[in-house]
Design a protein around this ligand. Structure first.
Ligand SMILES: Nc1ncnc2c1ncn2[C@@H]1O[C@H](COP(=O)(O)OP(=O)(O)OP(=O)(O)O)[C@@H](O)[C@H]1O
Ligand SMILES: [Mg+2]
Length: 294
C-alpha cells in the first residue's frame, strides 16, 4: 500500500497513482486507488463519478460510511477500483483539526480493507502536507514520491522527508519511502538528465530505473476519463508506466521470496534515463501470480 505524496503541485502524483494502478490491474492484479485530493483528479482519470453528494473519501474519513460504501469499479477495468474524492473534502483539512484521532482516521477506516483482497492500494494526496496527507502517511506503510524532471525538482522534498520521519516516529513505525519515480522526463534537455542524476544520487535504488517521459497523450487521457493504459496502450507513456509497474511488482515478489514470474524487461544501468516505451517489449499476455497483499 502506497501513499503517493509530494507537496509540490503538478509533479505527476495523480498521473502516477492512476497509471501504475491501471498497469498493475492490466497484469491481473486487483488494485484500489483512494482519492484523497479534493480536486478529484484521480477519480476523473479512472472514470469514476465524483460530483458533490457522491459517497466519497470525505464521509469515509469522517466515519460516516465504510470504505466499501464509497468504493466504485473503474468502467475500464474489472480489477481497478476507486474511492472517489468530492469537493466536500476541501473542508476536511479544517474539520479534522478539532476531531478525535484526527491523524488516524483513514487508518481506522482501512481496517475493513482486508476482506477485499487488493494486491495494491494507492492513496493519491493533495499538494500539501496537511492532515489529509498525514492521514495517508499514517495509513500506509510505503511512500511513493514522484519527482518531476524540472527546475527545483528537489525543492520541498526535504520538508516532505522530515514530515515522513515525524509520522514514522510517532504514528506509523513501519513507514518507509520505498519508491521514487522520475516523471515528465524530456530527453532533449540536459537539465532533465541532471535532475535525474541528482535524484538518483540522493535516493539510490529507491528510484525506479524506468523514467516516465513527457508525453502529450498522458495529459490527454484524463479528459476522456481514462488512464493512458486504456487511452493508448501502445504509447510511450503507457509502456513506461507498465515498465514501472513491473519493476514494483518484481521487487515485491523478490521481497516475498518468490522468483519473478517472467524475465523483467532489459533496463539500462542506474543513473541513465530508461528508454522510452517505444523500445520496450509489448506486455505479456496473461498475468503474473498475485503477490501476498501487504
Ligand atoms: N508524463 C507526462 N507527460 C505530459 N504531461 C503529464 C505527464 N504526467 C503528468 N502530466 C500532466 O501534468 C499535469 C500535472 O500532473 P498531475 O495532475 O498528475 O500532478 P499532481 O502532482 O497530481 O498535481 P496536484 O499537485 O495538482 O495534485 C497534468 O495536467 C497532467 O496531465
Ligand atoms: Mg494530483
Amino acid at each position: 500500500m502506497f501513499t503517493v505524496a509530494n507537496q509540490k503541485g503538478g509533479v505527476g502524483k495523480t498521473t502516477t497513482a492512476v497509471n501504475l494502478a491501471a498497469a498493475l490491474a492490466m497484469q491481473g492484479l486487483k488494485v484500489l486507488v483512494i482519492d484523497l485530493d479534493p480536486q478529484g483528479n484521480a477519480s476523473t482519470a479512472l472514470g469514476v463519478d465524483h460530483r458533490e453528494g457522491t459517497p466519497s473519501s470525505y464521509e469515509v474519513l469522517l466515519g460516516e460510511i465504510t470504505l466499501g460504501d464509497a468504493m466504485r469499479r473503474s468502467p475500464h477495468s474489472e480489477r481497478l477500483f476507486c474511492v472517489p474524492a468530492t469537493i466536500d473534502l476541501a473542508g476536511a483539512e479544517i474539520e479534522l483539526v478539532s476531531m478525535v484521532a484526527r491523524e488516524t482516521r483513514l487508518r481506522n477506516a482501512l481496517a475493513g480493507l482486508q476482506k477485499y483482497d487488493f494486491d495494491y492500494v494507492f492513496i493519491d494526496c493533495p499538494p500539501s502536507l496537511g492532515l489529509l496527507t498525514i492521514n495517508a502517511l499514517v495509513a500506509a506503510p510505503e511512500v511513493l514520491i514522484p519527482i518531476q524532471c524540472e527546475y527545483y525538482a528537489l525543492e520541498g522534498v526535504g520538508q516532505l522527508l522530515r514530515n515522513i520521519e515525524m509520522v514514522r516516529r510517532h504514528l506509523n513505525p513501519a513507514l518507509t519511502v520505498s519508491t521514487v519515480i522520475l516523471t515528465m522526463y524530456d530527453g532533449r534537455t540536459k537539465l532533465a538528465d541532471q535532475v535525474a542524476a541528482d535524484v538518483r544520487a540522493h535516493f539510490g535504488d529507491k528510484v525506479l530505473r524506468t523514467v516516465i517521459p513527457r508525453s502529450v497523450k498522458v495529459s490527454e487521457a484524463p479528459g476522456y476519463g481514462m488512464t493512458i493504459i486504456e487511452y493508448d496502450p501502445g504509447s510511450r507513456g503507457a509502456m513506461s508506466y507498465i515498465d514501472a509497474s513491473r519493476e514494483i511488482a518484481a521487487r515485491d515478489q523478490h521481497a516475498a521470496g518468490q522468483p519473478p514470474q517472467r524475465p523483467a524487461p532489459a533496463q539500462p544501468p542506474a543513473g541513465r534515463p530508461a528508454p522510452t516505451g517505444q523500445q520496450a517489449p509489448p506486455p505479456p499476455a496473461g498475468s503474473p501470480a498475485p503477490r501476498p497483499a501487504q
